[in-house]
Design a protein around this ligand. Structure first.
Ligand SMILES: [Zn+2]
Length: 288
């Protein structure tokens, strides 16, 4: 049975509201799986989206629009009547959701890769919510501890395994996209998202930054290097991640200038880089 767009929107909103009831912050998604609402700043080159994370009061800031407030969610969907799905923001309280995205498109079997990781690092994936994607991939929902920023990564853990962390989102079950519907795997929809096993969490977190004497920071160089080696599509994410680690380890202010310089070397403007570092500071509970 074909589902009309209007029905798809109504269904997506209903699913989004029920996710919000479970404490998951949501945004409307288009059939493309991208945020349904475009940036209100897209025509103002001087004010790119990354400089504003919603402070302007309008919708269209991607995952920064995400909310658990039913009135705000209804307003977001009313502003995007073409939405057929919803995204669940990762890394936010109270769940600090981490998505383990097991791809089926890759050559290697990502489920087998995860089992191998689990054997090698002595953890077991607890029973948790599993979302099946239209291509047969699976998203495992785990929760993280507060105070740690799990970065997004693609294939870093193992080929075919992507991680959705802070600043990322997961397509919610009940969403319809161009390629089909996202559904919950049988028997998992009633489960609460389970805590990420500590051994797996250690693999997801960037290596700890070690302080050496006199304000010289060996780990800081690693963070700067991490930004310097970013490809075009990862510049902003890597800068955000590195800045979060710097602030978490109390070297944010010291690393500000080196990180800015590294970001400019990769092609970000100073304005963009400063905005990203400022949001990393806020995210980790520091003053930018
Ligand atoms: Zn704005």
């Amino acid at each position: 049975m074909a589902t009309t767009d209007r029905q798809a929107t109504t269904l997506a909103l209903a699913h989004a509201l029920s996710a919000a009831e479970r404490g998951l912050a949501v945004i409307p998604l288009a059939r493309t799986k991208l945020p349904a609402l475009r940036s209100p700043h897209r025509d103002a080159p001087a004010l790119q989206p990354f400089t504003c994370h919603g402070e302007c009061g309008r919708f269209g800031h991607g995952v920064h629009d995400a909310s658990t407030d039913p009135a705000r969610i209804r307003a977001l969907f009313a502003a995007a009547p073409w939405a057929t799905g919803y995204g669940i923001a990762c890394g936010l309280p109270p769940h600090y959701l981490i998505g383990v995205d097991l791809d089926t498109k890759s050559e290697t079997d990502s489920s087998a890769a995860l089992r191998e990781l689990a054997l090698r690092h002595l953890f077991t994936i607890p029973p948790t919510v599993v979302v099946v994607t239209p291509s047969g991939g699976r998203h495992l929902w785990l929760t993280g501890p507060p105070g740690h920023v799990v970065p997004n990564s693609a294939g870093r853990l193992a080929p075919g395994i992507d991680i959705r962390g802070a600043g990322g989102y997961l397509v919610g079950p009940g969403s319809r996209t161009r390629h089909g519907a996202y559904t919950t795997a049988p028997g998992t929809s009633h489960l609460p998202p389970a805590a990420c096993p500590p051994a797996l969490l250690r693999l997801l977190l960037p290596p700890p930054v070690r302080r050496t004497g006199g304000g010289t920071v060996a780990g800081g160089r690693g963070l700067v290097q991490f930004v310097l080696t970013a490809h075009e599509g990862q510049r902003n994410t890597r800068l955000f991640w590195a800045a979060c680690r710097a602030y978490e380890n109390g070297i944010g202010p010291e690393l500000l200038a080196p990180l800015l310089e590294a970001a400019r070397t990769t092609g970000l403007t100073e304005h963009e880089a400063r905005a990203t570092i400022a949001s990393a500071a806020r995210m980790t509970g520091h003053r930018p």
